[in-house]
Design a protein. Structure first.
Length: 385
């Protein structure tokens, strides 16, 4: 038997799939790299020949006579609205070109005009100056032209005007009445109200304000009160009688009695119960600090020993005259004779709604304004208002 020749076919063993895919990825990466190299390969420009290169321009030499002619034809402008070209800033060069190293000439122009020249040593205008009253005292009030403008009709008075007029009224009293009255400033009750939440020592900081004054030797203590854009007034009457422990204290709650009380003046018919509680609490701490031998926990000033009485007074007709009304209350109360004050305290109505008229309120603003203007002229201040 003859052996048939058979074609021998050699089959290569195939690689696994993950190796084949890996090789394909590597080939793709090589192709992309070669493409990017050829794509972004910078094209080199041929160097220019010596003939094509531009020649450097030589600077033009100008004689002095030519300079004079140019200066006559093109003079330097001195317009105030636009600065000269030599003073303007050139834009910053962002290109790769080299910055020019040639120095730039700066031309300074002097302008002689009264409008543009401002002297630093110029004195303040008269509107910025202040009137001091009483002049030379530590607790003096400072007033400006803005404060004076508030005395025009329809304006709300600030604390500076209130403090000024209270001091002015106090200085106009005779010597006997000055010993009977004490006027607190507008900041006192506001500070006392902030400290009223402190249960231990609510008025400890306020005791420093009256170190040199014996409040219990006074007959009347005047407290201007500012409550949320509204001015009211409280006058503590005969607080010393509470400490003297007189037998008339048992009748202090009777309205016909002229014993100790807190008079509350409000042009909008407010009651003022909270004001009475805060003032009684303050007077207790004031008495205990001056008399350490007394019972520190005992309350001397209570609703029975120092009741609150709301005064029947004229009512304001708008929303801005409350400050003027309390100043009018103080002025009318201080102008009464001592015997007349006692008679008024004995009345049930307490002064009455016809105590003064609306014309008195209007003239009160003008009188305060004229008084401040006179003080300004005495201090060489002219506000031109």
């Amino acid at each position: 038997t003859m052996k048939k020749e058979q074609d021998v076919v050699i089959h290569k063993r195939r690689q696994p799939a993950h190796l084949r895919n890996k090789k394909k990825k590597e080939e793709k990466i090589k192709k992309t790299i070669t493409k990017t190299k050829t794509k972004f390969k910078p094209k080199l420009k041929p160097k220019p020949k010596e003939q094509d290169r531009p020649k450097k321009q030589q600077p033009i030499q100008i004689n002095q006579e030519q300079k004079k002619e140019q200066s006559i034809k093109n003079p330097i402008r001195t317009n105030h609205s636009t600065p000269p070209s030599s003073l303007t800033h050139s834009p910053v060069q962002t290109s790769n070109s080299k910055l020019s190293t040639t120095p730039t000439k700066i031309v300074l122009i002097e302008i002689d005009s009264d409008e543009d020249s401002i002297s630093s040593s110029q004195p303040k205008s008269s509107r910025d100056q202040t009137v001091i009253y009483p002049n030379g005292q530590a607790d003096a009030v400072c007033l400006t032209s803005k404060d004076l403008a508030l005395l025009s009709p329809g304006q709300y008075l600030n604390d500076s005007i209130i403090d000024f007029d209270l001091k002015y009224i106090n200085n106009k009293l005779n010597e006997d009445d000055k010993k009977c009255f004490h006027f607190f400033n507008t900041f006192f009750y506001s500070k006392l109200l902030l400290l009223s939440n402190d249960t231990d020592q609510p008025a400890e900081e306020m005791l420093k304000w009256t170190k040199k004054i014996n409040l219990f030797a006074k007959d009347f203590l005047v407290f201007p009160i500012h409550l949320s854009f509204h001015w009211t007034l409280a006058i503590v009457c005969f607080a010393r009688k509470v400490t003297e422990n007189l037998p008339s204290l048992s009748l202090a709650s009777d309205r016909k009695d002229m014993g100790p009380c807190i008079l509350y003046f409000d042009s909008l018919k407010g009651k003022g119960n909270k004001v009475g509680n805060i003032l009684r609490r303050y007077l207790d701490h004031e008495w205990c600090s001056r008399n350490p031998q007394s019972d520190q926990q005992a309350k001397i000033f209570t609703r029975k020993t120092l009741p609150l009485r709301t005064a029947q007074v004229p009512i304001q007709t708008n929303t801005t005259d409350c400050g003027v009304y309390i100043l009018q209350y103080v002025e009318k109360f201080c102008s009464l004779a001592p015997e007349e004050r006692l008679k008024q305290l004995q009345k049930y109505t307490l002064f009455g709604k016809d105590w003064f008229s609306l014309e008195d309120i209007q003239s009160k603003r003008q009188r305060i304004r004229n008084t401040i203007k006179q003080l300004a002229q005495a201090q060489s201040i002219n506000w031109d208002i």
